[in-house]
Write a protein of this length. Structure first.
Length: 109
C-alpha cells in the first residue's frame, strides 16, 4: 500500500482520486469527454462558469506504475456512465487490482 492518497481537480469538469492502494480514478464531464455535456459548449466553457454539470461522465483508471485499466471492450476510457455507475467504478478502483492487459481471445489461447 502506498501513502500517496490524494484528490485533484481538472478544469472545473472533473476530478481524480489516488487511493491508498496506488490506483487512480479519473471522472470527467466536459466538452471533450464521452458524456452528455460533450456537446453543450466550447472547450473553455467549464472554466468560465461557477457550476458545470452533466447527466453522465467518462471514467478512466491507472495503477501506481501508470498502466491504464483496460475495460472489457478493450478501451481505456468508459463513457456515458450515470452517477450510480461512476460510484460503482470508483469503489472498484479503490478496492481492486486493475486489469492492464487485454484478455487472450479463444484463438490466442
Amino acid at each position: 500500500m502506498t501513502n500517496d492518497a490524494k484528490l485533484s481537480t481538472s478544469a472545473n469538469k472533473g476530478f481524480a482520486i489516488t487511493f491508498a492502494n496506488g490506483n487512480t480514478v479519473s471522472v470527467q464531464w466536459g466538452p471533450t469527454n464521452y458524456c452528455e455535456a460533450r456537446y453543450k459548449a466550447s472547450v473553455t466553457a467549464p472554466m468560465i462558469r461557477a457550476v458545470w454539470s452533466s447527466k453522465t461522465a467518462e471514467v478512466a483508471a491507472w495503477n501506481s506504475e501508470g498502466d491504464m485499466h483496460v475495460f472489457q471492450d478493450g478501451g481505456q476510457v468508459d463513457g456515458w456512465l450515470t452517477p450510480d455507475e461512476v460510484s460503482e467504478f470508483i469503489l472498484f478502483v479503490a478496492t481492486n487490482e486493475l486489469t492492464t492487459t487485454l484478455p487472450l481471445s479463444e484463438e490466442e489461447e
